[in-house]
Write a protein of this length. Structure first.
Length: 549
């Protein structure tokens, strides 16, 4: 058999003589259960191989291999390993590679780093006694180790400076990235002053200030807990007016935004930081200078993992989060077991916004809030989808209209942010049914004033349940959703805290039971073992967890 290795380097850096590496490697076309991995240094003069064992980390998302096979690659990961190069290598030039052993089969290949972004993580380095020069031949990684005096080490430092200048010019000036090129020099002029300020930089999506990041920013500012904290948002957004009076607001995408990203001590976001907080210039600068990213990252979450699994892009070795906030010991155990986090990386605090969860319902409001679907990416796809047909059918249900009229109830339809982008104007369906869009009212205010939630897989169900209010799960596309959107979560259907149905009629029956204040239906809302309740204390707990890490 002709076998090949699949490799992915996810952590790579060289500081002094310390090389750090982490990622995954497996032999394609074989079950890799129990595979053994090594980092190999092949002497280019003697042919001798110096091997460093790598400790396996499990990748559950690769348990069934790729789309065309059923090979188990879940043992492909390896934890980040630190190697003191001068302690294992003598002077010389070395090819750097990976080897994977499965039973008696061994495949060895050089480490290949096609993108300069990764190559820039390993720049020429010096110690008190050595010069260490990584270099790449046809994208294959090599390292030159030499004992050096003052003159030799100075030459290596000069080589590093020239290499930086060459790539700054080639990557940015030749591509007309003038704003990013300016930031190289602004950073060098201001880095010491800004680093001393110990900046905390908060953000959510570029246009929002209404979730856990906003709540924590408001808490820190109101209580004067941090001298230099700032919030990043597009000042043209609807939510800007909610945060403008708090102060220290930075325009998203500005030079100041990028400069503070480069120099902040802590970056704090409730959403994926890279997608929602990084500027194009920041990404370009880090391609040349990944070592400039020295901030600690804090993920406050915007929901609870239970109904669906989050993407394994949130694995610690990809995100580098210093803190991952969760809502129960159940959820913490899930992330420690499956996402590479250590016990101290995950804090059971509940969500910051839960401090504001005070039930303001008056018993007459039903909130219909479905989440989005990855396969709906245009207006036409939404119009043709079972999703839209199902919800329009429910909203036009005459029995539902009769219940609303008889019991003087109002129903609010508020689909997910991503669905609203493709949803045109909906003509009035019934005087008791109201369609609300983002910007008209926050999600949290809708949850507070509503008395019954009808949803599908949305994590807002945990906020609603925190207030001990009843929930109906309308999961008509359960298999398709978990095949094409998110994998099933750690909480199975039969463990949910509310009525679960695929049928429109059963949803209407549940609404009728709510309208009649059926005792059994209402009492079921009080039982939810998947949330940690500490009313009024969640922001304090999150703040203390951030300080501790």
């Amino acid at each position: 058999m002709e076998l090949s290795m699949v490799q992915s380097i996810q952590v790579l850096s060289l500081s002094g003589e310390t090389l750090q590496i982490g990622g995954m490697a497996y032999i394609a076309g074989l079950d890799n259960t129990g595979s053994i991995k090594h980092l190999d240094f092949l002497s280019r003069s003697t042919g001798q191989i110096f091997s460093v064992p790598l400790v396996t980390s499990v990748k559950p998302e690769l348990a069934e291999g790729d789309e065309d096979t059923h090979y188990d690659y879940s043992d492909s990961g390896f934890f980040t390993t630190s190697i003191q190069l001068s302690q294992i290598l003598s002077d010389g030039d070395y090819s750097v590679g990976l080897s994977v052993r499965v039973g008696k089969v061994v495949v060895s290949e050089p480490i290949r780093l096609i993108e300069y972004t990764w190559q820039s993580h390993t720049k020429p380095s010096v110690t008190d006694t050595h010069s260490i020069i990584p270099y790449y031949v046809k994208c294959e990684m090599r390292i030159r180790l030499r004992q050096a005096g003052n003159l030799g080490r100075a030459a290596t430092v000069l080589r590093r400076i020239l290499r930086n200048g060459m790539f700054e010019t080639a990557m940015l000036v030749n591509r007309r990235q003038w704003k990013a090129y300016l930031l190289f020099h602004l950073y060098r002029l201001n880095e010491k002053r800004l680093h001393r300020k110990q900046i905390w930089l908060f953000g959510e999506r570029p246009d929002t200030a209404q979730d856990n990041s906003f709540q924590m920013y408001q808490y820190v500012r109101d209580n004067h807990l941090v001298d230099n904290c700032y919030y990043v948002i597009d000042k043209k957004s609807e939510d800007y007016r909610r945060i403008a009076n708090i102060g220290n607001v930075i325009q998203f995408g500005s030079i100041r935004h990028t400069l503070y990203l480069l120099t902040c001590a802590k970056s704090i976001n409730a959403y994926g930081e890279r997608i929602n907080m990084y500027t194009p210039e920041y990404v370009q600068v880090l391609k040349c200078h990944p070592e400039w990213q020295q901030n600690r990252k804090y993920y406050l979450r915007h929901g609870v993992t239970g109904l669906s699994r989050i993407d394994h892009a949130f694995n610690k070795h990809r995100t580098g989060f210093s803190l991952f906030v969760v809502s129960s010991q159940f959820e913490k155990d899930h992330y420690v077991a499956e996402y590479g986090y250590d016990d101290q990386d995950v804090a059971v605090t509940g969500l910051a916004r839960w401090d504001q969860l005070v039930n303001k319902g008056t018993g007459d409001t039903i909130l219909l809030m479905p989440t989005w679907r990855r396969w709906i990416r245009s207006k036409q796809q939404l119009s043709d989808s079972e999703f839209m047909q199902r919800y329009m059918s429910l909203l036009h249900n005459t029995q539902l209209h009769e219940i609303l009229e008889t019991h003087d109830l109002n129903l609010i339809f508020y689909p997910h942010y991503h669905i609203q982008q493709f949803m045109g104007d909906i003509p009035e369906i019934h005087p008791k049914i109201h369609v609300i869009r983002q910007g008209q009212e926050t999600v949290q205010s809708l949850l507070l004033r509503s008395d019954l939630l009808v949803t599908d897989y949305s994590s807002v169900v945990f906020d609603f349940s925190y207030m001990q209010k009843p929930v109906i799960f309308y999961q008509f596309d359960y298999e398709k959703f978990h095949d094409e959107h998110n994998k099933p979560g750690p909480i199975s259907q039969d463990q949910l805290f509310g009525e679960v149905t695929r049928d429109e009629g059963a949803v209407v029956d549940g609404i009728k039971r709510f309208a009649d204040k059926d005792d059994e239906f209402m009492l079921a809302a009080k039982e939810n073992p998947y949330i940690f309740r500490a009313p009024g204390q969640h922001r304090k707990l999150v703040y203390e967890a951030i300080l501790a890490r």
